[in-house]
Design a protein around this ligand. Structure first.
Ligand SMILES: Nc1ncnc2c1ncn2[C@@H]1O[C@H](COP(=O)(O)OP(=O)(O)O)[C@@H](O)[C@H]1O
Ligand SMILES: [Mg+2]
Length: 269
């Protein structure tokens, strides 16, 4: 359980970025975090991982507290962060070394390493790229290796901070589907994104606005009832389509499903 309890945060005193933000993310949830540029999403990601510490309130992972220095190493092991730019994430020269690097840092026994590396690379469908070098990989593949390096450490939670935003549509689709595969395997996924199509695939959405938690709930219900434009959010295609169609049909996250339901209603008439 990842708990933000009345979290207050600023970089410069008197200019709060987060003001009294509270939420609980349960094990195995898939949560999207959205909000305008500069609203504090990356700050939340760093607070979760203990890279930043709250100025007020607390951030806890189970019984570990980011403000307790002895807990930090355990928190870093349990929470993995994937960042925006795949270019920045490679520090070694081959895919295998990249995944090994993290394991050496947490002192995984030698005999366990190769099994963990191959399992992690298979989990992101990069099992055939052990010896590949960064420049041979696409952006999406690099991002998948960054994910493998985290998966190998066996965390409870993976936070994706706009990890799809620099990828082409194909790379984005692959990375999002890997998020869902990891979720199926029991990991907690936190996905920070500007792509509202991806938000619709999450179980829950947190909207940050002017330092506060403005919405916490079902993404589809939000778009169905709230003025997304007030928060500088795009409307997902399914929602735009729904507004053009007969409003009596239920809004569905999957727009194809919506068309099919509309079609069968008309057909029966
Ligand atoms: N290291 C920093 N020092 C000072 N201000 C920062 C720093 N990082 C972010 N900020 C400011 O804090 C606010 C929130 O930033 P951030 O969490 O990166 O937002 P988001 O990820 O939602 O775009 C912004 O106003 C940003 O300019
Ligand atoms: Mg950010």
């Amino acid at each position: 359980m990842l708990v933000f309890n009345q979290v207050h945060f600023y970089y410069k005193k008197g200019q709060p970025v987060l003001d009294n933000v509270s939420f609980t993310i349960n094990p195995g949830e898939f949560v999207a975090i959205v909000g305008a540029n500069g609203c504090g999403k990356s700050t939340i990601a760093k607070l979760m991982d203990g890279l930043l510490l709250p100025k007020g309130g607390s951030v806890k992972l189970n019984d570990l507290d980011t403000s307790v220095p002895e807990d930090l190493a355990k928190i870093h092991e349990q929470i993995g962060l994937v960042f925006q730019n795949p270019e920045d994430q490679f520090i070694t020269t081959t895919v295998m070394d990249e995944v090994l690097f993290g394991l050496e840092n947490i002192r995984v026994p030698r005999e366990e390493m190769s099994e963990r590396v191959s399992h992690a690379l298979q989990a992101v469908h990069m099992g055939d790229y052990l010896e590949a070098m960064p420049h041979e990989l696409s952006g999406g593949q690099k991002q998948r290796v960054a994910i493998a390096a985290i998966v190998a450490m066996r965390p409870q939670v993976i936070i994706f901070d706009e990890a799809t935003s620099m990828l082409d549509p194909q790379g984005r689709e692959q990375v999002v589907s890997i998020m869902h595969e990891l979720h199926q395997q029991g990991l907690t996924i936190v996905h920070i994104t500007h792509h509202m199509e991806e938000v619709l695939t999450a179980e829950r959405m947190l909207l940050i606005h002017e330092g506060r938690l403005e919405y916490d709930g079902d993404p589809l219900a939000f778009f169905n009832s709230m003025p997304a434009a007030d928060y500088q959010l795009h409307l997902p295609f399914a929602v735009r389509l729904h507004r053009q169609l007969d409003h009596h049909i239920p809004l569905a996250a999957d727009w194809k499903e919506m068309i099919r339901s509309q079609w069968s209603i008309n057909y029966k008439r």
